[in-house]
Design a protein around this ligand. Structure first.
Ligand SMILES: [Zn+2]
Length: 239
């Protein structure tokens, strides 16, 4: 299945979405992408990697700064419900409100993407606002590299990183030990069968994807770097 074929399937499926009783997330990180389609997602899907991190850092209030068009709020809401946390949505452009919420809304977790994590953490540093103790950072699968912003790397803040193939669709995640290492190393999502070659990495859905990936080639290539004490293999990006 090529990415082009996947988009064709999405186009064909789109008219059936109203009857499918599902949620949808976008097929591109660019809201102006002329080929943007809706990916149907199961109502039963749980963002387990997020839930695990929120539980581990004892989340109270999560400041959501991922773009709203990612349609990720319902998934986050479910994860927050499971751990007894609340969500505060903060539009990316509105950093002063986000900064003020640290105290007024008792925020102790920030969820955002790589680029905003850099901008927002710099803003908080310059305004001398106390950093929330936990950050959940999503790297875009189509980015050229995945780099953790400086302020999050150097301080004693807890950070979990994961890579989304499309907005709200995690393919690489971290256990608590890997997250605490601050390395951009990951575990492979259990929702897929992985084939990691020297020049190509493909995934095939094994979970309850409504539109399954079949030998879908990723835009990045991985290599195995070792074994984690949690029992899973560790991978890094090689291309
Ligand atoms: Zn691990």
């Amino acid at each position: 299945m090529t990415p082009k074929e996947f988009k064709t399937f999405l186009g064909v499926t789109e008219s059936n979405i109203p009857e499918m009783r599902c949620r949808v997330t976008p097929s591109s990180f660019d809201p102006d992408d002329p080929e943007l389609r809706a990916i149907p997602r199961s109502l039963n899907w749980r963002w387990t990697s997020c839930e695990r991190f929120l539980r581990n850092v004892e989340a109270r209030t999560v400041l959501l700064r991922l773009p709203l068009f990612w349609q990720i709020e319902s998934f986050l809401h479910r994860a927050c419900q499971a751990v007894g946390a609340t969500i505060l949505v903060n539009e990316v452009e509105n950093m002063p409100v986000g900064a003020a919420a640290m105290h007024s809304a008792n925020v102790n977790v920030v969820m955002t993407d790589t680029s905003d994590a850099g901008l927002f953490s710099t803003y908080l540093f310059e305004k001398d606002v106390e950093f929330p103790r936990a950050w959940f950072v999503v790297h875009r699968g189509d980015a050229e590299n995945w780099t953790l912003p400086q302020f999050l790397r150097e301080t004693q803040i807890r950070v979990a990183q994961e890579v989304h193939l499309f907005p709200g669709l995690p393919v690489l995640d971290q256990c608590v030990m890997l997250a605490d290492s601050k390395e951009t190393s990951f575990h492979l999502s259990d929702a897929y069968i992985w084939k990691i070659g020297a020049e190509k990495t493909t995934i095939t859905s094994v979970g309850n994807d409504l539109l399954p990936f079949v030998k879908f080639p990723l835009s990045f290539v991985l290599r195995t770097t070792g074994m984690c004490p949690c029992g899973k293999i560790i991978v890094e990006r090689s291309l």
